[in-house]
Design a protein around this ligand. Structure first.
Ligand SMILES: *Cc1c(COP(=O)(O)O)cnc(C)c1O
Length: 494
């Protein structure tokens, strides 16, 4: 399997090169040249396998130069019982007849980012060996909250890696910030950026393409790579859980083999829902892909009109991991739909210059066949948390609630009654203040005491990695202006 840049198909890369490099030199995203199809018996075979084996089977289709033995070792280490508190790894919970929730937050940082970020360090270090890279990789991450912690935890003390995370100073929850600033490990750094997530992400992209900084790093024996979902090694492990969820539903006789299911995903950078699209391309019987947004609803508008326009007010919402106006992974979808790197490059140039682009009617047509977009504001998010809890005794976080609302809107608008899988992307305890408010609590405790309050209210224990934050010391307090992010890199590397 060869990989290309979404902006230029002339240069081809191996999977290991794509993963080691993270981002193409022309600014494009490294992407499989074609999406392989699941063999006809695959779902039946996968049905009786453990999650780890399913991961090996599916990832192997994209990673020719990795052996089954290697991938098996990676999957066992990434998704073992010391990392995930559910033996199913990504269990499916039926909420209401034909609505099934795919719980992606049983890993060490309680958000879905663990599904990929526990795997990425294994893929990346093996890729460095395969590409005979002798420098140490310096991973830069811009985070809207969950990626940062997931990446820190995945890469901590991994040999031949350093990791530096930038988060928007006032754009993450208290629990999220505490998770990051208390991070342990000898190869890690964390800095707050004055600004929002897009500022942090743009700053990281600028560092990547700054020749002077790259040279300075090279002289010290380092090179940059990315753990953001622009890295193919982030997207690939996410395809696995959609196929896995479908297999669970057939195994448990909730659906028949071949029956279509809709998939609804709370979306920010478009990484998670892109993985669902790829699963569909591989042949998984998915009906509609429902793209759920909060009031930063640039994707909802895009899916309705074909105009992507980032020039709009930025809202800080109670689902902060979706507070994004530039959804990087959309570029991979545009390539998949057009198969034309020049067309994609044109759209991205317009986005860069004018903050907007309009896709052709042919592309819009293809988009609308696969995707439906809905959004909801904070009030509706809270109402949804409350009604799902009261009607089904099921506690969901603010991001997952946006998806439940979108699914409800989709079903109302289209009359669809197909079974649906909702991606549940974080533990409700990660956003406990907002969840408590949604449940009607007043006098909400601050910081980690809110974990106890939510436990008392619902009778559910807080996940151990969050409860354990109490005993951790704060290690990082650096705040940088977005123009000075290179200084944070220098201070990490010495
Ligand atoms: C990152 C994140 C999202 C958005 O996922 P994308 O892949 O960026 O679309 C949604 N919910 C939670 C809890 C997240 O951490």
């Amino acid at each position: 399997m060869r990989y290309i840049s979404t902006r230029n198909s002339a240069v081809q890369y191996s999977a290991a090169q794509a993963i080691a490099q993270g981002l193409a030199k022309d600014g494009g995203l490294l992407t499989p040249f074609y999406i392989p199809k699941l063999p006809s018996k695959a779902l039946e075979d996968l049905k009786d396998m453990a999650y780890q084996q399913r991961a090996v089977y599916i990832m192997k289709m994209f990673l020719e130069e990795f052996s089954v033995k290697e991938l098996t070792d990676f999957a066992n280490a990434a998704y073992g019982p010391d990392k995930f508190d559910s033996p199913a790894v990504a269990p499916v919970r039926t909420v209401d007849g034909d609505i099934h929730c795919l719980e992606l937050w049983h890993g060490p940082t309680c958000a879905f980012k663990d599904m990929a970020l526990q795997m990425l360090p294994h893929l990346l270090t093996a890729s460095l060996t395969k590409t005979e890279e002798d420098k140490t990789v310096c991973i830069l991450v811009a985070t809207s909250g969950d990626t940062g912690k997931g990446a820190l935890e995945g890469f901590r003390d991994v040999p031949r890696t350093k990791i530096l995370v930038f988060y928007p100073k006032d754009g993450v929850s208290q629990v999220q910030e505490l998770q990051m600033v208390t991070q342990e490990g000898g190869n890690v750094g964390v800095a707050a950026v004055v600004g929002n997530f897009d500022d942090a992400q743009t700053g990281v992209k600028r560092l990547f393409s700054d020749e002077a900084v790259r040279q300075e790093l090279a002289d010290k024996g380092y090179f940059f790579s990315s753990a953001n979902s622009i890295n193919w090694g982030r997207v690939l492990p996410q395809i696995v859980y959609y196929i896995s969820a479908y297999c669970d539903l057939i195994r448990d006789e909730r659906i028949a083999l071949g029956q279509t299911v809709d998939i609804c995903v709370p979306t920010g950078n478009f990484g998670n829902i892109l993985a669902a699209y790829y699963a569909q391309e591989m042949g998984l019987p998915i009906g509609q892909l429902v793209c759920a947004s909060n009031s930063n609803n640039v994707l909802t508008d895009f899916l309705r009109t074909g105009l992507y326009d980032r020039d709009r007010p930025f809202h800080n919402t109670i689902s902060p991991s979706m507070d994004i106006l530039i959804s990087s992974n959309l570029e991979r979808l545009l390539y998949a739909l057009t198969q034309d790197t020049a067309e994609v490059e044109g759209y991205m140039a317009q986005l860069n210059e004018n903050g907007r682009y309009q896709v052709s009617s042919k592309v819009l047509d293809k988009l609308q066949k696969r995707f439906k977009g809905y959004f909801c504001g904070d009030d509706e998010t809270k109402r949804t948390i409350r009604s799902v809890y009261e009607e089904h005794g099921y506690l969901i976080d603010t991001h997952t609630a946006v998806a439940f609302s979108a699914l409800e809107q989709y079903r109302r608008e289209t009359g669809s009654d197909s079974p649906a899988i909702v991606a549940s992307t974080a533990s409700p305890f990660k956003f406990c203040a907002s969840v408590l408010e949604a449940l009607g609590e007043t006098g909400i405790a601050s910081g980690l005491d809110a974990l106890d309050q939510l436990s008392a209210k619902t009778g559910q224990p807080a996940p151990a990695p969050l409860a354990g934050l109490r005993d951790k010391a704060v290690r990082f307090s650096q705040v940088v202006e977005k123009e000075h992010m290179a200084d944070a890199v220098r201070s990490l590397l010495g």
